[in-house]
Design a protein around this ligand. Structure first.
Ligand code: ADP
Ligand code: MG
Length: 682
């Protein structure tokens, strides 16, 4: 397979239909030439001009400066990375066609890294699509691939007549027409209608997408409604009561309320399907433990899972400390199941699970692997549920011995989704929300600071460590390349080690062997290590109350909720804590507007729900629920805040289609969700 082919797969563009549905991020208008005199600041413009100067400058850093004149005004084209061949192509006297974002300024117009080619030749008649891509997949290759996919894919209509009239002012478009148009719109369309996705072609795609999503949800709901689950209730004087009694604190009102919501679900003979959401540090683990106690009280097993081994251990160590002494007199135990376990230990643990002696099973995904057999699993609790895929949830269902039974399912998430949104979107999910933090937390002070002040930060770290405190330094996540993440973390680790003699500086990243990770973590947890440099592996769950400073490098590259979760790692003790968001402006003079708004939101509030709301304002819920948070986009095109009418339409259309046109319904879900559909797997 060639590199671009691999990259296509990485983007999830395997089938022709996937390519056809990979819609442009934006468009470039190469259909016309703009005169500089008529241009406005920030325009993405195409100009045709003659090169009047071409020189390499070394201040502030090596760059190629090319001055061009189009007869109406001049413009400087700046290149930080350039090849001699490009320099030659931009020799004085050449006429070029250049395209890029125009910035005005003290010295007149500039374009940073414009694309350019020799002047002349026909202008295209349609707008040029720009697709989101990854490293190793050139735009031109992707364009050809999409064009091919579009030509080959089956785009026959799945909207049956009863549902064909989706809401909106416009005459509905057919899928084929909508896709052809959106990939290659004619230049006379107002770009605004494409950008805000109000164009009828967009409406059609959003309707399609929402219908697929609702079909999938509805199908899985119907599936589950047919299943039974064992009713679970706390025994008087039993484990649930005992656990409450040994807790070193009183539950918050919110914890009590959600605990009751869960207990009510567990009493029913249909499987619970509930999302427990609450801010970082709001105390979800205890609520989970109390639910587990109810299951165990009733004589069943409970499984508790986190996405990684470190997290599983961090999350549940305390909980087990409370539960184990209560289980022992009953002849019951807690079993650990993780991928890195020695075979012998694993076999022993698996035996405990199979015999039922292990009433509580804690671990990673390993818990639901094929070899593990439960005696009678009745409750599965999944922390950070957005990292668990549909496949894993289905595997869990397979752990129920009795046919037609399914375990109760409790998913926990620290990435809050506004409740109303969650309710209409997740047709089949109940939501409990912990909206209150335990008392006595010191709020974390957040500062947004330019990367250029790195030295000041290092001073601050030195001071913190001198006071016996500990520091996290989180390195950026670069989506395209894990290898780059690693280089960056390694370099930072070296630089900090050199700058902080006498301080133990550790490094933690996802590629390290499990044993090494554990060793580093335990040095940090025990307080011997002053500074921990890491990639995002500490994103959730690490609990070191003595850590009082967190530095997040390239904070502008993180999602808001991710930043919030990271920040939740400090401020866990009594000491005043701080979080420093280091930003870098790259080649530009300042941070983009969205990035600035996001970092500002972080500095202004510590409330996870408020942050989620702002995230929603800044980015819209499509993205909010989407890829950046979860790794698997839920909605790519529709926007739940503005497309509520379409969502209503889809909620109405889905049952009708499922009942009367099951084959068309299947075809539709397959087209949109492919292997990702619960509908198809159920
Ligand atoms: P999260 O919701 O992020 O998973 P945890 O369950 O890890 O939060 O709880 C964070 C910390 O707060 C833990 O140390 C936990 O023991 C403690 N905690 C939980 N509930 C309370 C409470 N009601 N009062 C005081 N501390 C609590
Ligand atoms: Mg937690």
């Amino acid at each position: 397979m060639t590199a671009p082919q691999k990259a296509l797969l990485k983007l999830g563009l395997a089938r022709d239909i996937d390519l056809a549905l990979h819609l442009p991020l934006r468009y470039e208008d190469e259909t016309r030439i703009v005169k500089l005199r008529d241009a406005r600041e920030g325009d993405h413009a195409q100009i045709e001009a003659t090169v009047t100067a071409c020189e390499v400058s070394y201040r502030p850093r090596r760059q190629l400066l090319v001055t061009v004149d189009d007869g109406s005004d001049t413009c400087v084209l700046r290149f930080f990375n350039f090849y001699p061949s490009q320099q030659k192509a931009l020799a004085v006297g050449t006429r070029v066609r250049a395209r890029g974002e125009l910035k005005g300024g003290f010295l007149g117009w500039t374009m940073m890294h414009p694309s350019f080619r020799p002047a002349g030749g026909d202008l295209p008649t349609a707008l040029t699509p720009v697709y989101s891509t990854v490293a190793g997949l050139p735009q031109a290759y992707l364009r050809r691939a999409v064009l091919g996919g579009l030509a080959r894919a089956d785009l026959s209509d799945t909207f049956v007549p009863e549902i064909a009239h989706q809401p909106g002012r416009h005459k509905p478009w057919l899928l084929r027409d909508a896709l052809q148009f959106l990939h290659h719109p004619t230049p006379d369309v107002p770009l605004a209608a494409l950008e805000d996705r109000s164009h009828p072609a967009w409406q059609r795609l959003k309707a399609e997408e929402l219908l697929a999503q609702q079909l999938s949800q509805l199908q899985s709901k119907r599936e589950r409604d047919r299943l039974k689950a064992p009713p679970l209730g706390a025994a008087p004087g039993g484990l649930h009561e005992q656990l409450l009694a040994v807790l070193p604190f009183a539950l918050t009102a919110a914890q009590r309320r959600v605990g009751e919501e869960i207990a009510r679900d567990l009493l029913r003979a249909v499987p619970m399907h509930r999302l427990l959401q609450g801010d970082v540090g709001s105390g979800k683990t205890v609520v989970a433990a109390l639910a587990a106690a109810i299951a165990i009280d009733t004589g069943w097993q409970c499984a508790l899972m986190a996405p990684t081994e470190i997290l599983a251990e961090q999350h549940f160590r305390k909980l087990i400390g409370w539960l184990e002494p209560l289980l022992a007199p009953r002849g019951l135990r807690v079993a650990w199941l993780t991928g890195s376990q020695k075979k012998k230990e694993r076999t022993a643990m698996a035996a405990l699970v199979q015999s039922g002696e292990a009433a509580l099973v804690v671990g990673t995904h390993a818990v639901i692997q094929d070899q593990v057999e439960f005696k009678n699993l009745a409750l599965a609790i999944i922390d950070e549920q957005h990292r668990f895929g549909v496949a894993q949830r289905l595997a869990l269902r397979g752990k129920m011995r009795e046919e037609g039974y399914e375990p109760h399912l409790l998913m926990m998430s620290a990435t809050p989704i506004p409740r109303t949104l969650a309710m209409s979107y997740y047709a089949d999910l109940d939501v409990s929300t912990i909206d209150e933090l335990p008392p006595g937390r010191t709020p974390v002070v957040t500062k947004v600071i330019s990367e250029q002040r790195r030295d000041d930060i290092i001073e601050r770290i030195r001071a913190q460590v001198a006071e016996g405190r500990q520091v996290y330094w989180v390195c950026p996540l670069i989506e395209e390349s894990e290898a780059l993440d690693l280089t960056n973390a390694t370099q930072t680790h070296e630089a900090l080690s050199a700058a902080l003699p006498g301080v133990m500086v550790g490094l933690l990243h996802s590629r390290m062997p499990q044993a090494e990770k554990k060793a580093v973590m335990s040095l940090f947890t025990s307080g011997q290590m002053g500074v921990l440099v890491s990639t995002t592996v500490i994103e959730v769950g690490v609990d070191v109350p003595n850590a009082s400073l967190m530095v997040i490098e390239h904070a502008e590259r993180f999602g808001l909720s991710q930043l919030h979760q990271l920040r939740g790692r400090v401020g866990r003790g009594a000491a005043a804590s701080a979080c420093v968001l280091l930003y870098s402006t790259g080649d530009g003079p300042r941070l983009g507007e969205t990035a600035r708004a996001r970092l500002k939101a972080m500095a202004e509030t510590n409330d996870g729900f408020e942050i989620a709301r702002r995230d929603l304002d800044i980015r819209g819920p499509g993205e909010f629920l989407g890829a950046r948070q979860s790794g698997a986009p839920l909605l790519r095109f529709a926007d739940l805040a503005t497309d509520s009418e379409l969502l209503e339409w889809a909620r109405h259309a889905a049952p009708l289609m499922l009942d009367r046109y099951p084959e068309k319904a299947r075809q539709h879900a397959e087209r949109w969700l492919g292997g990702k559909s619960e509908y198809l797997k159920a």
